[in-house]
Design a protein around this ligand. Structure first.
Ligand SMILES: Cc1ncc(COP(=O)(O)O)c(C=O)c1O
Length: 429
């Protein structure tokens, strides 16, 4: 029989050019990848095929909650895989029930559905909204400009970025976008067909923009008044990244009336599985049984293996008090970035975000920024950081996102700050 996975000759094993060639010949080219091929990681560090070490402040786009190769995750995977990896949702198993209970305890009274990704979690919320409005002929979901809600057809229809929708028209009907943090625009957009409003607590791909407390409280009031579901996409900004489990809990802490705030649905993914593909959505109690038996499903959702990993991550976060670490280390990093904006105003425009969801905004048209001028500044800047041993995540043309592991240490944050300053200082010179 022909080899399905032919072994590479030893001489080319793990050579960058050979790996890139495999991709260019055999992988659909949907991603603009950087010229780095990774082999392994430990904690907040990653290593490439040449043995170069990187500090990972991108966290696999807010996924690697405990960093790389965390022994507790390895242990949970091993232990559960010896017992039961998958069973289908025809049957009950303890890890899914316990994880749902934990998520409800962290958010509020309601129930949880498990799936495999952020886009799939949002699809579930879209179906919830359609079911909610169905008997009254309401189906429309209003989301916001600059939002990102995933790459499925309904996900890109909900997303407020034209570049994501381009060439895939017509969009799924019933999605419209209005400016973010603009309550009047949202109120004006509501029609008799509207069933729900969907926002991110902090826009991620759109450039790390947190919702204001007034916006959140105002949307809740608006939804109650117009009998709409308030849906929040917590895929990127959730899971303790801001220092609280959900971003709205952080944004509204110390705000009068904030502790009572609850949306009607929340999507989750990314850090929930720490790298094991997993998604979920929570539904507030009055609507928790709307999606009844037979109305929604997914083969792999909430498998024993995925849930065992997610439970272990929550256990480590609680035991090691990583929500406080996200808050404190995030504040430290943000103040470093803000100091850079003051010291090098010709390169860094601003820094914003909450906890370990941070954005550093570059000044447009930095003179002498090396790299391919067809590429946006953020990507070219990220390449300079790579050369200096640091991974970040570009967002749009001018933003670099820092979405590191929640257990990033102060020393690692200092190392990151030093690397960023070394690159910024050279450009400013
Ligand atoms: C806010 C938000 N929603 C949804 C998604 C889609 O998640 P996934 O890529 O797991 O489908 C993302 C991914 O970046 C996201 O940031």
């Amino acid at each position: 029989m022909k080899d399905i996975v032919p072994p590479p000759p030893p001489i080319v094993r793990n050579q960058f050019e050979t790996i890139r060639e495999l991709f260019s010949k055999h992988v659909v080219p949907t991603y603009g990848r950087f010229d780095i091929a990774l082999t392994h990681g430990t904690g907040s560090h990653l290593f490439d095929v040449n043995g170069k070490r990187y500090l990972d402040l991108g966290g696999g786009i807010a996924v690697c909650a405990l960093g790389h190769a965390h022994p507790a995750i390895t242990e949970a995977l091993l232990e559960q895989s010896r017992k039961l990896v998958h069973s289908s949702n025809y049957y009950y198993h303890e890890p899914q029930g316990r994880l749902a209970q934990a998520l409800v305890n962290l958010i509020g009274p309601g129930k949880v559905f498990f799936c495999n990704s952020g886009a799939e979690a949002n699809e579930g919320l879209f179906k919830l909204a359609r079911k909610f409005g169905h008997d009254e002929g309401r189906f429309e979901i209003i989301s916001t400009i600059n939002s990102f809600h995933g790459r499925t057809l309904a996900g890109i229809s909900a997303t407020g970025q034209e570049k994501i929708k381009k060439s895939f028209e017509p969009m799924v009907p019933g999605f419209r976008q209005v400016p973010y943090n603009d309550l009047d625009a949202m109120r004006a957009a509501i029609s008799p067909a509207t069933a729900a409003i969907l926002i991110e607590g902090i826009q991620g791909e759109g450039g790390v923009t947190p919702a204001t407390p007034d916006y959140l409280l105002g949307l809740r009031q608006l939804c109650d008044e117009k009998k709409l579901l308030l849906l929040m996409d917590g895929v990127q900004c959730g899971h303790f990244r801001t220092g609280r489990f959900q971003s709205f809990q952080r944004i509204l802490e110390d705000v009068p009336g904030g502790e009572q705030f609850l949306p009607d649905g929340i999507s989750m993914a990314k850090s929930l599985g720490g790298g094991f593909p997993m998604g979920a959505f929570w539904v507030r109690a009055p609507y928790a049984d709307l999606l009844s038996a037979g109305t929604h499903g997914t083969t792999y959702g909430g498998s024993p293996l995925a849930c065992a990993v997610a439970l272990k991550i929550l256990e480590v976060i609680e035991r090691e008090n990583l929500e406080t670490n996200a808050r404190e280390t995030g504040e430290f990093l943000k103040s470093n970035l803000r100091a850079l904006a003051r010291k090098y105003p010709g390169v860094v425009k601003s820094a914003r975000g909450l906890g370990l969801m941070l954005g550093m905004e570059l000044v447009p048209d930095i003179p002498n920024l090396p790299g391919d001028s067809n590429k946006v500044q953020a990507a070219r800047f990220a390449s300079l950081l790579h050369a200096a041993g640091l991974l970040t995540i570009p967002a749009g043309a001018q933003m670099l996102r820092l979405l590191p592991a929640l257990n990033l240490s102060r020393a690692e944050a200092e190392e990151g700050g030093r690397i960023i300053e070394s690159v910024v200082a050279k450009l400013a010179a």
